[in-house]
Design a protein around this ligand. Structure first.
Ligand SMILES: *[C@@H]1O[C@H](CO)[C@@H](O)[C@H](O)[C@H]1NC(C)=O
Length: 456
């Protein structure tokens, strides 16, 4: 009722009484819980205030209440890049009485789409002063370097312009986020990056076995051996001859972060990141790659971990306990898009990179934070692999960083430092696990496509 009264007032006495009308809304706000009312509403009127713009606009946006603008001539924030028609209704002050029928004519799907867009825009560009400032700077950068500016699609769809670095590419098809929108599917190939920390002395070492397994995958085009070991590179002829080229990269200077450097040589969309002691079969690699092609914007892989809130210590905790839930997939055996190498290196601050390098730990947690923050989705775990855990356990050898008791404590510290930089904990729990069709079913092994997976 009050709103109707307000409408009438607006209509007849618009030039004189607009402030009284707002006052009335405020009174209304005191009698009822204003915030709750905002969240309950589908449409929120945003009439001009003392100036064209009004604080009500951002309030409504935040509350997923579709702003109905009544402020002719108002230039909306960041309208240079944001397509506001996807999130607001732009009314006309002069035909005020038609507003109710306009809003009623909008169908349910459109309402949902508008509301979702309010949330995306709020979250991506307006949710903090920092976001607003960063967005402003990025828009200025797009103006200056016009030849490599982000396009409208990048600014107006998830994950938003701040996560799409134009230095990487200005072609939307190069980013995993737009594949489905553009009807593109990722390349049928991947580059394996194996992180080597122990000198290779014999052909029976895990890394040599791993090399042989990876090269047998029909999707593998090249293998990068990232040499983070203090011994010099072994001679080329000491390595097994493989079907695909092996490229050595000395990662020494950059230590742990070198795993995620966007090496120019990586031209495939997919990267398979591996630890030297990972035990996998070719079937497992092929299957994980097949799954990744359906989730190209996520981390897809085997070893999963989770996080929880430790209320006794009032902080986030990391756990490797075997449960049905996970929020991280470790990069010791995982596929992800090569763009994340670029983002990891150029988006994250030096403080986090330094922390990872000093501890020689947590780079995998940081990558999970980053990818979840960008996609707002959990990673994807494929087929249960008990053996992975057991191998880890047995490795009491000094070479294994997992055997170090400090290692685990460091990971707790990392979780909390990362969360404070991001301003929130981006990890999301998931219970989804993808197994091959007929996995562990009581049927002949001949009917199964990935035969050796369950034999392991
Ligand atoms: C919001 O909606 C809830 C549930 O429908 C209702 O109980 C509550 O009274 C509403 N609040 C306001 C302020 O309208």
């Amino acid at each position: 009722k009050t709103l109707q009264v307000c409408f009438v007032w607006l209509l007849y006495f618009w030039p004189f009484l607009q402030f009284q009308c707002l006052t009335l809304l405020l009174i209304y706000g005191f009698r009822f819980d204003y915030q709750e009312l905002l969240y309950n509403s589908t449409f929120c009127l945003v009439p001009r205030g003392r100036r064209l713009g009004s604080f009500r606009f951002l309030e409504a946006l935040q509350a997923a209440c579709i702003p109905v603008l009544l402020s002719n001539g108002w230039e909306l924030p960041f309208s240079e890049v944001i397509d506001w028609n996807k999130a607001v209704i732009i009314g006309d002050e002069r035909i005020l009485l038609q507003i109710p029928s306009i809003t009623r004519s909008i169908d349910h799907d459109k309402i949902l789409a508008l509301r979702q867009q309010t949330q995306f825009l709020w979250d991506a560009y307006f949710s903090s002063v920092e976001k607003i400032v960063l967005t402003t700077l990025e828009i200025i950068q797009d103006r200056i370097y016009h030849h490599r500016s982000r396009n409208k699609l990048m600014w107006n769809s998830l994950p938003g312009g701040l996560y799409v670095l134009p230095q990487y590419s200005t072609n939307a098809a190069e980013f995993p986020f737009y594949y489905s929108m553009l009807g593109k599917s990722p390349h049928q190939e991947f580059t394996a990056v194996i992180h080597v920390v122990t000198p290779v002395l014999s052909q029976s070492q895990p890394v040599v076995k791993l090399l042989n397994v990876v090269t047998r995958s029909k999707y593998c085009t090249q293998i990068i051996l990232l040499w983070n070991c203090d011994k010099p590179l072994p001679l080329k002829n000491k390595w097994p001859s493989t079907l695909v080229p092996i490229i050595f990269i000395d990662g020494m200077s950059k230590a742990m972060n070198s795993r995620f450097v966007p090496y120019g040589i990586i031209q495939t969309d997919a990267v398979l990141s591996l630890d030297e002691d990972t035990v996998l079969s070719t079937n497992e690699i092929d299957f994980a790659f097949t799954v990744w092609k359906s989730f190209p914007d996520r981390i897809v892989g085997y070893p999963a971990r989770s996080h929880y809130w430790d209320s006794s210590k009032a902080r986030w905790s990391y756990t490797s306990k075997w449960t049905n839930e996970y929020s991280m997939v470790l990069t010791g055996a995982a596929f992800y898009h090569r763009y994340y190498h670029f983002l990891y290196t150029h988006y994250l601050p030096a403080s986090l990179h330094n922390m990872v390098d000093q501890m020689a730990n947590c780079e995998d947690i940081l990558m999970n934070f980053l990818v979840s923050a960008v996609t707002q989705l959990p990673p994807v775990k494929v087929t249960q692999k008990k053996q992975y855990k057991e191998t880890m356990m047995q490795q009491g050898s000094k070479s294994s960083r997992w055997a170090d008791p400090d290692h685990f404590a460091q990971r707790q510290t990392c979780m909390n430092s990362f969360a404070s930089w991001f301003g929130f904990l981006p990890l999301l729990p998931s219970k989804m696990r993808l197994d091959p069709v007929l996995f562990k079913d009581q049927v002949s092994i001949l009917r199964k496509k990935y035969r050796d997976i369950e034999r392991l």
